[in-house]
Design a protein around this ligand. Structure first.
Ligand code: PAF
Length: 283
């Protein structure tokens, strides 16, 4: 199999898309920040079922990190990423340089409210979704894909992107891919690479706590009591919780009863220097 072509310029990306369009091909986009794992590759494979041509973007977007976050140490492994994408049959990789995405006179930001202002990630990362919305709007506009796919692992991000696409009448359809997990339940994430062996052994407790809360709530236990018991599981595993909440699956508004609509349990916690997030649906 020939190597997957890699381009760094928007003009090259657009030329590629235009050439495919002239041949009547449908286009799909998988935006990523690289350090690819099986979760990302599954997004490529899901998208392949919907479109004829899959483009993966790799760009560690500085505007979604605040100054005290891990932008500097975020894993960058382009060579390994290219090898992995080769295996899942990608048609093009768009890996722009910083100046291509944010030239020195760049002066636009997308401000989003709704699911971006619900006191979850936004409480701890106040400028994060502004950066995500801005870069995703750029990528969707640059590629003009028919469909773009995002992982449910970053659940609030997914809802923010759905809002963004709807509110700005973007023509790209947004698809969600399920979270992939290790055998012990830990959600796949590029940031898992930061965990020491000892932390890695404790990390699955986050998912187990979510599952425990979901089953207690479904068995009729008071929501706050169920969340309290799961908080204890997480704290016992040596993590510091930012939030553990039951929210409406679409609006992300607080849910007082399962009768309020489809619900989602969302959690964020620190394990050593690593911040982990996860979520599950409560059917
Ligand atoms: O989920 C991610 O990897 C990033 O937030 C995204 C959507 C690629 C934007 O930089």
């Amino acid at each position: 199999m020939a190597d997957v072509p890699v381009v760094a310029r928007v003009k090259e990306l657009r030329n590629f898309v235009q050439a495919k369009r002239l041949k009547g091909k449908s286009i799909g986009l998988v935006p990523t920040m690289g350090a690819l794992h099986a979760g990302h590759l599954s997004l490529v494979e899901i998208l392949r079922q919907y479109v004829e041509c899959v483009i993966v973007t790799i760009f560690v977007n500085p505007t979604q990190f605040s100054v005290n976050e891990d932008f500097g140490r975020y894993p960058r492994q382009l060579t390994q990423d290219l090898e992995k994408l080769h295996e899942v049959k990608t048609d093009l990789i768009f890996a722009p340089h910083l100046e291509e995405m944010y030239p020195s006179d760049f002066s636009t930001r997308i401000i989003i409210s709704g699911p971006a202002e619900v006191n979850l990630e936004d409480r701890f990362r106040p400028t994060h979704f502004e950066g995500v919305a801005t870069v995703v709007a750029k990528l969707l506009n640059q590629a003009q894909a028919d469909i773009a796919i995002f992982g449910e692992k970053d659940y609030q991000q997914l809802q923010v992107i759905r809002s963004l696409a709807r509110d700005l009448d973007l023509s790209t359809r947004i698809l969600a891919g399920p979270t992939l997990r290790e055998a012990d339940g830990l959600a796949l994430s590029s940031r898992n690479a930061y965990l020491s062996d000892e932390e890695r052994a404790k990390a699955p407790q986050l998912y187990l706590a979510l599952c425990s809360a979901a089953s207690l709530i479904l068995s009729g236990m008071d929501i706050n009591e169920a969340l309290k018991q799961s908080t204890e599981i997480i704290v016992k595993a040596g993590m510091q919780i930012d939030y553990l909440e039951l929210r409406h699956a679409e609006s992300l508004a607080p849910v007082l009863s399962l009768a309020d609509g489809p619900a989602r349990l969302l959690v964020a916690a620190h394990l050593g220097k690593t911040r982990l997030i996860d979520n599950i649906s409560v059917p």
